[in-house]
Write a protein that binds this ligand. Structure first.
Ligand SMILES: NC(=O)c1ccc[n+]([C@@H]2O[C@H](COP(=O)([O-])OP(=O)(O)OC[C@H]3O[C@@H](n4cnc5c(N)ncnc54)[C@H](OP(=O)(O)O)[C@@H]3O)[C@@H](O)[C@H]2O)c1
Length: 436
């Protein structure tokens, strides 16, 4: 971190932190604008001037409103080779070039701030180890929960909280779609189109609607909560693409709201992390989280339960988390345990089949005597007990909707295989977990 050079305007700052920004898209331009707008405030509060001195982009011909042309470069080596640059902010996304850039930046002595959950969930182990070896920092508050300061809260405020469960809504796009479906604004396809029109979903929404985005975030949160590395490969996940309006309506009749839930649990010294649609009781606080908002519950021996909620993404909101990380680096220049992701344990995973869940299921059946007994028998064979059941329609249109008590997943799915094979059932039952 250098002193302000002679000849530059006197900002009153005691020092200047020079930043190389990789990417000037939604988040990169938001970071640049926020640093410009808040420069004087940050100097007054910290004595440090944040100064973006280079911006990497692939195409130098594209107009970048608000960005002085002389800052733009398409040459990464001009950033890592610049000894004056202290911090590299990676906001290009992806796990290929971003990995190479972050690795080279660390090797060149830079500290790194990133918003890239996929990079950290897939390849974080290598990067965090490198940062530790080289006494450099990787900060990643913006990778989970947008403007919600969840990494810092877990890393610092909850260090002695004995966190054993982290769960909640960590993807705004799917929550927007599910909220629209629950409010009767359309089926899945219509709600997705609405979300795309309003900018809540990408033109290619796969990463969000498949549960992949939420899975990467849960891998990061679980790693911090349990201090043991959880990667994408350790997370089982399902998305919302196959949810129908009927599922959402029937859930409502049982007093539930359908949400995409990420859950990380530490049980008996082993870890389970997963993402799936789940039925949330209407009186649970997560049921009222609407639109693109995120909300995460932390449960620990010492803290009982804490909920953090706020905007889960967006240019300004995510930029604010990045700027706070940059300021933190300015205040903590050596590497300590608070400046990486703290995975000093190596806990085993629990296969999801072993973790109990209550289930909702919906199945088309022939409306004739003995159907209920056959289905109940298939459940009884696997020790699954039924909490409630309703029948909809009759004759060819008959549909059974059932909610079970919590049960081991392997037994439940064996029962579903058996039920799907019954001649009285038409097609495989639709199943959803119930948050319990
Ligand atoms: N958007 C959000 O609300 C949000 C929230 C939290 C975290 N994030 C994370 O923040 C990161 C950036 O997201 P974003 O929404 O800002 O993406 P974006 O709008 O697509 O911006 C990325 C920018 O980086 C440029 N770029 C890509 N690869 C490059 C390379 N190899 N060299 C130089 N420039 C390159 C892109 O240029 P081209 O367009 O020419 O490819 C684009 O201008 C991602 O990791 C994302 O997951 C985003």
């Amino acid at each position: 971190m250098g002193q302000g050079p002679a000849g530059q305007r006197d900002t009153g700052a005691q020092s200047v932190l020079r930043i190389g920004l990789l990417g000037f898209g939604t988040i990169g331009s938001g970071v640049y604008r926020l640093i410009e707008r808040e420069r004087d405030e940050i100097i007054a509060a910290t004595g440090v001037e944040l100064r973006v001195v280079k911006v990497l982009e692939k195409d130098l011909q594209v107009e970048r409103p608000g960005l002085p042309r002389e800052l733009l470069t398409d040459d990464f080596s001009s950033i890592v080779g610049d000894p004056e640059i202290d911090v590299v902010v990676e906001v290009i996304g992806g796990t290929g070039a971003a990995f190479d850039f972050v690795k080279t930046a660390l090797e060149s002595g830079k500290n790194v701030v990133t918003a890239n959950k996929q990079l950290l969930a897939h390849r974080g182990a290598t990067l965090f180890q490198l940062a530790r070896d080289l006494h450099r920092q990787i900060r990643f508050e913006a990778a989970v929960g947008g403007a919600i300061p969840i990494i810092r809260v877990m890393r610092e405020s909850m260090i002695a909280a004995g966190i054993h469960t982290v769960y909640g809504i960590v993807n705004g796009t799917t929550n927007y779609i599910l909220t629209a479906m629950a409010q009767g604004r359309g089926d899945y396809a219509e709600a997705l189109t609405e979300a795309q029109k309003l900018g809540y979903a990408e033109p290619d929404p796969t990463e969000d609607v498949s549960g992949g985005d939420a899975a990467a975030k849960m891998a990061i949160l679980a790693s911090i909560a349990f201090k043991s590395r959880v990667t994408m490969a350790d997370v089982s996940y399902e998305g919302i693409e196959t949810l129908t309006l009927d599922d959402v309506r029937y859930a409502g009749e049982f007093g539930f709201v359908v949400k995409l839930i990420g859950a990380a649990r530490l049980i008996g010294g082993r870890v389970n992390v997963r993402v799936h649609p789940a039925l949330v009781p209407e009186d649970h606080p997560l049921a009222s989280i609407q639109g693109s908002t995120n909300a995460v519950f932390l449960e620990g021996d010492v803290i009982d339960e804490i909920m953090l909620t706020g905007p889960g993404a967006g240019g300004r909101q995510t930029a604010s988390a990045i700027v706070s990380d940059i300021v933190s680096i300015a205040g903590t220049k050596t590497t300590g345990f608070l400046q990486d992701c703290s995975c000093y344990k190596s806990l085993d995973s629990i296969p999801s089949e072993e973790v109990p869940s209550a289930f909702f299921l919906r199945v088309n059946v022939a409306d004739r005597p003995g159907v209920l007994a056959q289905i109940a028998g298939a459940f009884a064979d696997e020790g699954v007990s039924i909490e409630s059941m309703i029948q909809k329609g009759h004759a060819d249109q008959a549909e059974l909707v059932i909610v079970t008590h919590p049960t081991r997943e392997d037994g439940f799915f064996r029962a579903i295989d058996a039920i799907a094979g019954l001649p009285v059932c038409k097609g495989r039952p639709v199943t959803l977990r119930v948050l319990s």
